[in-house]
Design a protein around this ligand. Sequence first.
Ligand SMILES: [Zn+2]
Ligand SMILES: [Zn+2]
Length: 338
Amino acid sequence: MKYIKGFTVFSLISILLFSFTPIPKPTKHVCTNTWGFYAHKRINRMATFSLPPELFTFYKKNIEFITEHAVDPDKRRYAAKGEAERHYIDIDHYVKPGEDPFLVVPKKWSDAVDKFTEDTLKAYGIVPWHLEVMVKRLTRAFKTKNLNRILQYSAELGHYVGDAHVPLHTTENYNGQMTGQKGIHGFWESRIPEISAEDYDYLIGRCEYIADPLEKAWEVVKGSSDAVDSVLSFEKELTERWPKDQKYSYENRGQVMMKVYSKEFSLEYQRMLGQMQERRMRGSILTTASFWYTAWVNAGQPDLSTLNGEISEDMKKQMEENDKFFRNGKVVGRDFEN
Ligand SMILES: [Zn+2]
Ligand SMILES: [Zn+2]
């Protein structure tokens, strides 16, 4: 959603109708995309509670960091080339309608490169393979008991797991731009959780060891991809039977008014989808915790009780840099809202 556009429309209305109210100044706002910042943070935070006791103590101690930095990969999309494609895969790019992309795209990175070239894979997104890379990185960090890296990779792994659970992160029609449904990306992953996520049930039980992380990553992507049809068609169907003037509303956000999908429309869409956002968030939480646990087991179950330090100055600096780019910047690569 475009905050600035929202302001323009509203400012016209306010000049015409509410000329006594001071006209708000537009604030520069960078869209957050992916699951909304709220959901990403929630996923990482709740994943902590799914861990077995040996890991829970360590993650609980660092829960604020893991929560806060759940969104770093999205912030980095404003600074770093090569970041954007880690958040999605346009799996339907590789097939004609009716064909099964999961039979066409090789699961292993090297096989996929042989078949399609690295450039093509990067152009259409690499999230399943990047998940495997992240599990390996986290495993190494556990092996060397590197506190900085354990925390960073844990937080970031949770981010990519969350993204892989979003149906619209697995299609070329990621913002409904090919079917006249522009805006549906933020609607599905940000607006609905913003309205409802406080009420979701996050108690998901104990995480599990994942013998084949790449296989698991593909399973998640397939679950998302299978849901794309409903995500798009239900919105279309609902739009057709919903009063035109009640699909959107205006909400006050800080200094600006923003055009948003109305609460009633949002809730009805969520109901039609059978609480899909809640189910995908729960899946994200369980998979995140399971990947953390798997990396730790694969590292030989190191004792973490001695890791009490703070993150290094270098790492703090790097994170501040990301923040700076994020506040000022433009996404390098795909911006889901456009
Ligand atoms: Zn993302
Ligand atoms: Zn997204």
